[in-house]
Design a protein around this ligand. Structure first.
Ligand code: SAM
Ligand code: DTB
Ligand code: SF4
Length: 337
């Protein structure tokens, strides 16, 4: 395990503002010291409970407060979820991440028990299982651990200073507490955030520093570019400059050398070259599948083709070990055809 050091905002800010080629060089050095240089993890997302969320996250198409056209759906059946997981594995994914539009799961509810069954089922398929269900209490965290959950996704989203501009229905401290609980229960933490919400560079850097100073550091760090959804308060934000995403991946890689840096939402807006720069900057995981939760993602054949032309390999879907990256998924000769 990588020994973590303490990072200050100033140090990370200096890294962020380096000339891009210098920043990329620094990030590549760290990447090659701490990660297999050419392997990318494919993680497939599924929205198991969609829409009608009571929270007011300004970016989110699933909040009940905004008219985004997302139809509310009840929690899916276990069998349907496991069928999707099987398909994801077949396509090459090694992690299956299930998202629910909840503030938190209801205590002792039938729904939460159903999620536990989904986790068990996904693990039995030989996939890493991740869920993102909102805030957890100790008992729920323990039950997820016992069901075999690999990782829990709970994003900080932005810096503590900017957080209040984006979400008012829960605090930054609430977020940190759930993350702490998950880590103490021995579940891997997946925590990251979003750029393009009107935050400053100091907010982006502040978020990365907060993540880097967590103990332990997160096992995976999703870097999302805002998907601007009509009806949300952030629908009219300017699009994210792809090189800013590259900088975020690079700083995340340098300050969290042992983490999987996941190039997350917003890839549909990136060309192949921008994605490759993100991989060079240290991103080594993507969401894989034609849909994120409610919005689009690149076609999975196009992603396999991108990895193939770049000479990158995929994490073996049969390998349950977090952190062990092996070259074994066959990439099609020309997957785009
Ligand atoms: N309700 C749970 C929660 O908020 O923790 C889990 C689901 S929530 C959709 C998971 C994450 O998706 C959010 O924390 C946010 O970082 C990301 N997300 C949601 N909408 C997004 C958007 N429009 N663009 C980019 N990322 C988004
Ligand atoms: C994360 O950081 N990004 C994913 C996953 N964790 C759950 C979700 C992105 C959602 C984008 C908007 C949507 O599709 O609804
Ligand atoms: Fe609800 Fe999560 Fe969307 Fe916030 S990000 S509105 S908590 S689904």
């Amino acid at each position: 395990m990588t020994e973590a050091r303490h990072w200050t905002r100033e140090e990370a800010g200096e890294l962020h503002d380096l000339p891009l080629t210098d920043l990329l060089f620094r990030a590549q050095k760290v990447h090659r010291e701490h990660q297999p240089p050419d392997a990318v993890q494919l993680c497939t997302l599924l929205s198991i409970k969609t829409g009608a969320c009571p929270e007011d996250c300004a970016y989110c198409p699933q909040s009940a407060r905004y008219d985004t056209g997302v139809e509310a759906e009840r929690l899916m059946d276990v069998d349907d979820v496991l069928e999707k997981a099987r398909q994801a594995k077949e396509a090459g994914a090694s992690r299956f991440c299930m998202g629910a539009a909840w503030r938190s799961p209801k205590k002792g509810s039938e729904q939460f028990k159903r999620v536990l069954q989904m986790v068990r089922g996904v693990r039995e398929l030989g996939l890493e299982a991740c869920v993102t269900l909102g805030m957890l209490d100790d008992e729920q965290t323990q039950e997820l651990k016992e069901a075999g959950l690999t990782a829990y996704n709970h994003n900080l989203d932005t810096s503590e200073d900017f957080y209040g501009e984006i979400i008012t229905t829960r605090t930054y401290e609430d977020r940190l507490q759930t993350i702490q609980r998950v880590a103490e229960a021995g579940i891997s933490v997946c925590a990251g955030g979003i750029i393009g919400m009107g935050e400053g560079i100091h907010d982006r850097v502040g978020m990365l520093v907060t993540l880097a100073n967590l103990s332990p550091q997160p096992e995976s760090v999703p870097i999302n570019a805002l998907v601007r959804v009509e009806g949300t308060p952030l629908a009219d934000q300017d699009p994210v400059d792809s090189l800013e995403l590259v900088r975020m991946c690079a700083v995340a890689r340098i300050v969290m050398p042992g983490a999987r840096v996941r190039l997350s939402a917003g890839r549909s807006e990136l060309n192949r070259e921008a994605q490759l720069l993100c991989f060079m900057a240290g991103a080594n995981s993507i969401f894989f599948g034609d849909k994120l939760l409610t919005t689009g993602n690149p076609d999975h054949q196009a992603d396999l083709e991108l990895l193939r032309v770049a000479g990158l390999s995929v994490l073996d879907p049969g390998d349950q070990e977090v952190g062990s990256l092996t070259r074994s998924v066959e990439l099609p000769e020309n997957a785009a055809e």
